[in-house]
Ligand binder design. Structure first.
Ligand code: RP5
Length: 172
């Protein structure tokens, strides 16, 4: 098994269902990853240890996933100079606006690349991690080109089907 290039940090195992699409995306791209359940508030010492050792362990990108007072990605970014992506978990508070603002409003000097609070978030976190890896890894870069070409084909097929269906303004 290859050592992980990407590590997902989840503030709780209750966040796991939200990130399945992102894990699947990394699997599809053949990028080795690990998943840890560690919390900025409940296990700060372990977050500090894993984040501060990530670079020497060969990790290239960290992804912090949390909801509510979602400080995990920011704390990760404070303990490493590797790129950190933040994934806000939807909550009952305005669809996760609390999580989103907790992650995105970082102070100057400690950046976190924050993705959407909704269902696009985890998948885009995986694709953004792949783009970062693709800067220096031509195999990953080529897989990203193929992924985008497949997405374009899928949309054009839908366009052809729906535009045929609505010829003359009425469904046929
Ligand atoms: C956050 O609190 C976690 O990331 C999770 O989204 C939320 C609730 O955690 P649990 O109470 O379900 O463990 O830290």
């Amino acid at each position: 098994m290859s050592p992980p290039l990407v590590v997902w940090f989840l503030g709780s195992d209750s966040d796991l269902p939200h990130v399945e699409s992102g894990l699947a995306q990394l699997r599809e791209l053949g990028i080795p990853f690990a998943v840890r359940i560690l919390s900025a508030h409940r296990t700060p010492l372990q977050v500090d240890e894993v984040a501060s050792q990530a670079r020497e362990n060969g990790v290239k990108v960290l992804i912090g996933v949390a909801g509510g007072a979602a400080h995990l990605a920011g704390v990760l970014a404070s303990r490493t100079t590797l790129p950190v992506i933040g994934v806000p978990v939807p909550t009952s508070v305005a669809g996760g606006l609390d999580s989103l603002l907790s992650i995105v409003q970082m102070p100057s000097g400690i950046p976190v690349a924050t993705v959407a609070a909704g269902s696009a978030g985890p998948k885009n976190a995986a694709l953004l991690a792949a783009r970062i890896l693709g800067v220096t890894d031509p195999v990953v870069a080529e897989k990203l080109e193929q992924h985008r070409a497949a997405m374009t084909r899928a949309v054009l097929e839908k366009d052809a089907r729906v535009s045929r269906q609505y010829q003359d303004g009425v469904p046929t």
